[in-house]
Design a protein around this ligand. Structure first.
Ligand SMILES: [Mg+2]
Length: 357
């Protein structure tokens, strides 16, 4: 079975409410959708999210990476040499991880379809259901509380609260939300690189002293400041999750070697797809470092691929796969079902997601 063509198209899906973090604000998911064709008739499907503030990629950069580098390197390649083919995808252009991720997941989609297995079973997994948190965007306190109460009404029991824009005052936001919602819902705090190391320690200790019962704090300091991240991890009791600091398996190894964070957030748009994400899982598993499966502002095509990986790997114990829930419309059919906090896998071969028309 050989690759005969790779095509990419741009489509937009509006969000229910704007997605805002310490780094960016977006009101729609405008992504690149990739179709890979084979001489067997099996077609694979993937998605790339242009997250310029994190991966450096834009719609034009993703389109030209695929058309100019990935497609010429892969057309004609045979699935009987899958490892070699995936290494070619990794090496045909430096960076451009989201462009690679879209093609990578389409290739896994094809390979698992050819074996008539859902992707999570092809990867050796057996979880048929996973649970995701939901993002509460950074806003004024009243809006964040209102969004939190809506999320709880929708059945979410785990919240990913975005902060990182107001320094020490971020602690008050979290403490107020905890007071309003009571002790049960889990609170994950994501600063998206918004604090300095000492500021982060001060804020996290305020949260600890106030009994805010925060499950974890994600990426408190800038991505490249691994010394700062290590300082925060060593000087607080709350578990620290590395997100923007970890793109590659080597990044994950460095975080673990330094014990710079307690957990690792894996996103296909950072790793360049499933092939590299599996290596991060193996490194993390070897050292007992639990992972979260996350997503950018993505629609169901790529989040479904992430859900398959999360369903496949025991070391992925947390999921932040709320992209489809945040979209106002669902232009897709098939694949895992996203119903509030619950993602249910199906036994359909491959990833299973296609555009409705
Ligand atoms: Mg994050």
């Amino acid at each position: 079975m050989r690759i005969t063509n790779i095509t990419a198209q741009i489509r937009s899906t509006p969000l229910k409410t704007p997605f805002k973090t310490a780094l960016r604000a977006v009101s729609e998911v405008k992504d690149v959708y990739v179709t890979v064709e084979t001489n067997s008739g099996i077609i694979g499907f993937g998605e790339a999210a242009p997250t310029a503030a994190i991966t450096g990629e834009t719609i034009p950069s993703i389109m030209s990476a695929i058309d100019g580098y990935i497609k010429p390197s892969l057309v004609g390649r045979d699935f009987s040499e899958f490892e070699t083919m995936m290494n070619t995808l990794s090496k045909c252009i430096i960076g451009n991880t989201s462009a690679k991720a879209a093609v990578d997941m389409a290739l896994y989609d094809i390979y698992s379809q050819s074996l008539k297995l859902p992707l999570f079973r092809f990867l050796g997994g057996s979880k048929t259901q996973i649970q995701t948190d939901v993002t509460i965007s950074v806003n004024d306190d009243a809006t964040m509380l209102k969004d939190t109460l809506i999320a709880l009404e929708e059945g979410f029991t785990s919240l990913k609260i975005k902060v990182g824009t107001r320094g020490i005052a971020d602690a008050d936001t979290i403490i107020q939300i905890r007071k309003q919602i009571g002790p049960i819902p889990a609170i994950r705090v994501d600063a998206n690189q918004g604090w300095g190391p000492k500021e982060a320690v001060t804020i996290i200790r305020l949260l600890e002293d106030a009994g805010a019962d925060v499950e974890l704090v994600e990426q408190p300091v800038p991505a490249k400041d691994l010394d700062g991240l290590t300082y925060v991890t060593n000087n607080t009791l709350t578990p620290i999750l590395a997100d923007e600091s970890v793109f590659s398996p080597a990044d994950a190894g460095e975080i673990i070697r330094r014990h710079a964070a307690d957990f690792i957030n894996i996103k296909l748009m950072k790793t360049g797809g499933i092939f590299q994400a599996l290596k991060i899982c193996s490194i993390a598993e070897a050292y007992g470092v639990k992972c979260m499966m996350g997503c950018m502002c993505e629609s169901k095509a790529s989040v479904a691929a992430a859900a398959h990986l999360a369903a496949a790997k025991a070391i992925i114990t947390m999921a932040d796969l709320d992209g489809p829930h945040l979209c106002k419309e669902d232009p897709f059919e098939g694949g895992p079902s996203f119903n509030g906090p619950i993602i249910r896998m199906t036994e359909a071969p491959g990833i299973g997601v296609r555009f409705k028309n």
